[in-house]
Design a protein around this ligand. Structure first.
Ligand code: F0G
Length: 455
């Protein structure tokens, strides 16, 4: 088969400022070995997140100029609403400035002390918004979804038997059943159409609304098309419509699968709940025809939604991570398998096995990738999850490093360069130091903690 090419030409570019390893070593020390402290112009390849970092198309930039900034009744909203509804046929589509704002509104209405919200795996802002209301968040992904090496086509699936037990035990306290597609916190792993139907059916038999966190819906649909028996001949658009057909609502970050730099929405079918959501929206985000967005943002999203279901794009998108994953595995580097939709997750604890979890092997790998290659990634491990609210520390379940791919931004030679940087590290990985935390804030420490290498 021929190489799967980037299905676009480059019309406008952003130069990358080249730096040397010596410069980066100093920049890293000045940032206290926390990659969130770097200036982005000092990064060669930025794989910190796929969120809001997409390259917009010429048509999206044209749509930006058509944005209508009227406070109420803007045609930009009408175009946005129609584009969402074309894929996800919800009755009420409520724009928000990003995904977590939609979550905050939803759980302001459905959360509260004693409430229990199950999902395959809640993303951390979703969990945060649930817990902020005094409710509890539960992750019920299938066992394979917790094992980095287990091969399963749909590692993001909900464990339906556990969900049934959960609903039997806590039925009264469960305000809704959620499902995150793809399962970001579990490695960007997809959920099958069969599982979506089972979860929806179970939720409805128990009288619970079924809500999808749809941030990466198009990537999920591509996995369904290519992996689920009987789906190969259907279009991604048809699959997307079926994914959402039985849902009662969704939360969405348009910074992912809508190619936008900002934006999101909350969609609902229940009229009374939507009414309350709009009231809250006016208090916290803005009037219901703009949410927290400018009209031009709504137009960029509307156009982005027509592009994200393009199958040539999705083939290239999913192949990029698979390609990086294959090359890393060929070098003996343990990655979460199969590679996910938006990112490659490297098992730093397994690869840098001379560094104990409480010396943060993920932080070591992330710092080394920056020093040697100027590649910025994100630790997802003991730095992020290892500190309990009482201040004690324990190893996280895994110490991973996430290489999240911005959409349509990097080419295959950028991918090759990232792999080569790993190759350089492989030769000296035993010499890489662990880290200790020199200072940390009381919560969310990964964003601002200061580290020092352990000599
Ligand atoms: N849900 C999922 C599954 C996400 O991955 C994110 C964001 C959100 C909700 C929140 O959306 O950022 O627009 O408020 N994930 C980004 C990431 C930040 O890097 O994975 P948001």
């Amino acid at each position: 088969m021929k190489t799967i090419i980037e299905p676009f030409r480059i019309k406008s570019i952003e130069p990358i400022r080249m730096t040397t390893r010596e410069e980066r070593r100093e920049l890293l020390a000045a940032a206290h070995y926390n990659l969130f402290g770097l200036k982005s112009e000092d990064v060669l390849i930025d794989l910190l997140t796929d969120s809001g970092t997409s390259a917009m198309s010429a048509r999206q930039w044209s749509a930006v100029m058509l944005g209508d900034e009227s406070y109420a009744g803007s045609p930009s909203f009408t175009r946005f609403e129609a584009a969402v509804r074309n894929l996800m046929p919800f009755r009420h589509i409520i724009p928000t400035h990003q995904g977590r704002a939609a979550e905050a509104i939803l759980f302001h209405l459905l959360g509260g002390p004693g409430r229990k919200v199950p999902s395959n795996t809640h993303f951390d802002t979703t969990r945060g918004n649930i817990e902020a209301t005094g409710a509890e968040a539960f992750d019920l992904v299938i066992p394979e979804g917790r094992d980095p090496q287990a091969l399963h086509p749909f590692k993001g699936n909900m464990d339906v038997a556990r969900l049934a037990e959960f609903l039997a035990e806590h039925g009264e306290d469960v305000p809704c059943v959620m499902l995150t597609v793809t399962n970001n916190a579990g490695g960007g792993q997809p959920v099958s159409l069969e599982n979506i139907h089972e979860v929806a059916g179970l939720a409805h038999r128990c009288g619970k609304p079924f809500i999808i966190d749809g941030c990466r819906f198009a990537e999920n649909a591509w996995f369904i098309k290519t992996r689920e028996p009987g789906q190969g001949e259907r279009s991604v658009t048809e699959i997307v419509r079926e994914m959402f057909a039985e849902a009662d609502g969704m939360t969405m970050s348009a910074k992912k699968d809508a190619f936008a730099n900002i934006g999101g929405w909350l969609a609902l079918n229940d009229d009374a709940l939507a009414e309350r959501a709009r009231t809250r929206l006016i208090q916290t985000e803005g009037f219901p025809t703009y949410g927290g967005l400018a009209g031009r943002d709504l137009d960029a999203i509307a156009q982005g939604l027509t592009e994200i279901v393009d199958e040539a794009y999705l083939a290239y998108r999913i192949r990029t991570n698979e390609y990086i994953g294959e090359r890393l595995m060929a070098m003996g580097i343990p990655v979460v398998r199969p590679t996910g939709g938006h990112a490659v997750f490297v098992d730093a604890r397994a690869w840098l096995d001379h560094i104990p979890p409480l010396q943060y092997p993920g932080q070591t790998l992330a710092c080394a990738l920056y020093e040697f290659g100027g590649v910025r990634t994100c630790e997802i491990g003991t730095v992020m999850f290892g500190r309990s609210p009482d201040g004690t520390e324990h190893p996280a379940t895994m110490d991973l490093v996430r290489l999240a791919m911005p959409r349509r931004v990097y080419t295959q030679s950028h991918a090759d360069y990232v792999v080569e940087t790993f190759g350089e590290l492989a030769e000296r990985k035993e010499k890489l130091p662990g880290y200790r935390i020199a200072w940390e804030p009381s919560a969310m420490r990964h964003f601002t903690a200061r580290f020092a290498p352990i000599q």
